[in-house]
Design a protein around this ligand. Structure first.
Ligand SMILES: NC(=O)c1ccc[n+]([C@@H]2O[C@H](COP(=O)([O-])OP(=O)(O)OC[C@H]3O[C@@H](n4cnc5c(N)ncnc54)[C@H](O)[C@@H]3O)[C@@H](O)[C@H]2O)c1
Length: 255
């Protein structure tokens, strides 16, 4: 059992109980970490505050990662209350519905900008704010998907954003390595969440994964959570800049 007692973790991207961020938060909590959960806006506040009742000592904060002022405000509070941070989980992505529905060729300039701002730039912004608080080193984890590397029909601009996100992980890992802050991505197989419902062929994707993955099933939210606990822990002290697949092996298959 991995012990994260005495560590403080901030988790971005909890919308509801199906969120991958929630699966990760639960596993970090089971390992003993103190949890700071963030939710995007006022609309998600009640649910987030209700959910964290299951995590003893957890705190919930609002933060829209597309606004620098909200990021600054959040980390000023974290600094004042906790002074030190050990783990950051970035489980946030967004692309406008039309850009996930239409042909990739018709991706709008604004849709491309928004997808990259919310899903990629935000990792740089929150890492920059968190790094000064990671005084004993730290672990930053983001969420990616195989559509970064191979064409997944209808994943569209989000595939391009995930490719940029994985490159961002490597550049951040390089710069933050000298401060003993590790940066990694988890590439999860498809899971039925709010964000995933924006992908038109999700049902077909889930079915195909089940049929083709070596483990012959889809991955569970809790399995992403336990991998995040590993990457957050000292057991992963030599791992940085990597993409770890948690997809029941789907990505190794050629046919
Ligand atoms: N579900 C899957 O199949 C799957 C597979 C691989 C990777 N991922 C990735 O996992 C991450 C989490 O997605 P999920 O599937 O848990 O869905 P989700 O809808 O539960 O989580 C997405 C989160 O992003 C947040 N968000 C969007 N815009 C934001 C903003 N401006 N500021 C702050 N938060 C914002 C939403 O509030 C939500 O909490 C995403 O990066 C997604 O691409 C998902």
């Amino acid at each position: 059992m991995i012990d994260l007692k005495g560590r403080t973790a901030i988790v971005f991207g909890v919308a509801n109980k199906r969120s991958i961020a929630w699966g990760i938060a639960q596993k970090l909590n089971e390992a003993g970490a103190r949890l700071l959960i963030t939710y995007q806006n006022e609309r998600l506040k009640l649910e987030a505050e209700d959910m964290i009742k299951d995590l003893p000592g957890a705190e919930a904060y609002q933060c829209d990662v597309s606004h620098d002022a909200e990021i600054d405000q959040l980390f000023a509070i974290v600094k004042e209350k906790h002074s030190k941070l050990d783990i950051l989980v970035h489980s946030v992505a967004f692309a406008p519905a039309d850009d996930m529905k239409n042909d990739f060729l018709d991706t709008s300039r604004e849709g491309f900008r928004i997808a990259h701002d919310v899903s990629v730039y935000s990792l740089i912004a929150v890492s920059r704010a968190a790094a000064p608080l990671m005084t004993d080193g730290g672990s930053i984890i983001t969420m990616t998907y195989y559509g970064s590397t191979k064409v997944i029909p209808r994943y569209n601009v989000m595939g391009v954003a995930k490719a940029a996100l994985e490159a961002t992980v490597r550049y951040l890992a390089f710069e933050l390595g000298r401060r003993n802050i590790r940066v990694n991505a988890i590439s999860a197989g498809p899971i039925k969440t709010l964000a995933a419902r924006g992908i038109r062929d999700l049902g077909e994707m889930l079915k195909s994964h089940e049929e083709r993955a070596p483990l012959q099933r889809n991955v569970q939210q809790s399995e992403v959570g336990t991998t995040a606990v590993f990457l957050a822990s000292d057991l992963a002290s030599g791992i940085t800049g990597e993409v770890t697949y948690v997809d029941c092996g789907y990505n190794i298959m050629g046919f």
